[in-house]
Design a protein around this ligand. Structure first.
Ligand SMILES: *Cc1c(COP(=O)(O)O)cnc(C)c1O
Length: 228
């Protein structure tokens, strides 16, 4: 078996085991393979092994890879999106854009989606810790942003995403993941948005994220190896 198929199998087994340990149904947790900085041939190995959900963080890279890979692939944008790339971003027909972090960006996406005649699925990125990732809204800004989102007819807000501060110890991310879930519960109750999706957890902390309620883990290194 090739290395990437083997890695995928190991990651899927980890997800399965993490679900068993906290009594969750493994079908509730999707695996997004983060293929950024990996070439098309490498990514194709994952697709051939049945991994159809791919995450990228740069539009330019997606534009190169999309024509080379099968139509069954679902692309997700997980990296910061600049307003001047919004037209291309909508054009890529991402299954979901995980990194929406301002009202300005949200309205720009809504306008462009309307012009291209599509409804774009999005997640709102929250910086729960106030440190770590420099992107993401403050928790207090979530409800106002959802009130704005309610006016965006060409966007579908599916949930929340976070990147906790980097730490050697995966357990250190636990409180941040829990904070995102609590914030979701509270915002869903207050606004009526179901916010079903919680995109959280990466290679080193996916088990902790699953325990705290992740519905999608974003895994790069443990599938494709380290990045240069
Ligand atoms: C690169 C990246 C990942 C994957 O991280 P790994 O540690 O390689 O699994 C997940 N989420 C985001 C937003 C990323 O940029």
């Amino acid at each position: 078996m090739c290395e990437i198929a083997n890695n995928l199998e190991k990651v899927r087994a980890r997800i399965q085991r993490a679900c068993e340990q906290c009594g969750r149904d493994p079908s509730e947790v999707e695996l997004l393979a983060v293929s950024k900085k990996k070439d098309v041939e490498t990514v194709r190995e994952a697709v051939t092994a049945g991994q159809l959900l791919l995450g990228e963080n740069r539009i330019q890279e997606v534009l190169i890879k999309q024509p080379e890979l099968s139509g069954a692939v679902q692309w997700h944008l997980i990296g910061h999106l600049q307003s001047n790339k919004v037209k291309h971003a909508i054009h890529c027909r991402f299954e979901c854009i995980h990194s929406v972090d301002s009202a300005k960006l949200m309205h720009a996406l809504n306008k462009e989606a309307g012009e291209q005649g599509v409804v774009q699925n999005i997640l709102l990125q929250v910086n729960v810790s106030g440190e770590g990732s420099k992107f993401g809204i403050a928790p207090d800004d979530l409800i106002p942003l959802l009130e704005e989102a309610a006016k965006c007819m060409h966007l579908n807000v599916e949930g929340l995403m976070t990147i906790p501060p980097l730490s050697e110890d995966p357990e250190k991310a636990g409180p941040y993941f829990k904070q995102l879930r609590d914030l979701r519960d509270q915002a869903a109750a207050e606004t009526g948005f179901p916010l079903t999706f919680l995109s959280m957890g990466m290679s080193h902390d996916m088990e902790v994220a699953i325990r705290e309620g992740a519905t999608m883990v974003r895994v790069g290194t443990d599938i494709f190896g380290t990045r240069s």
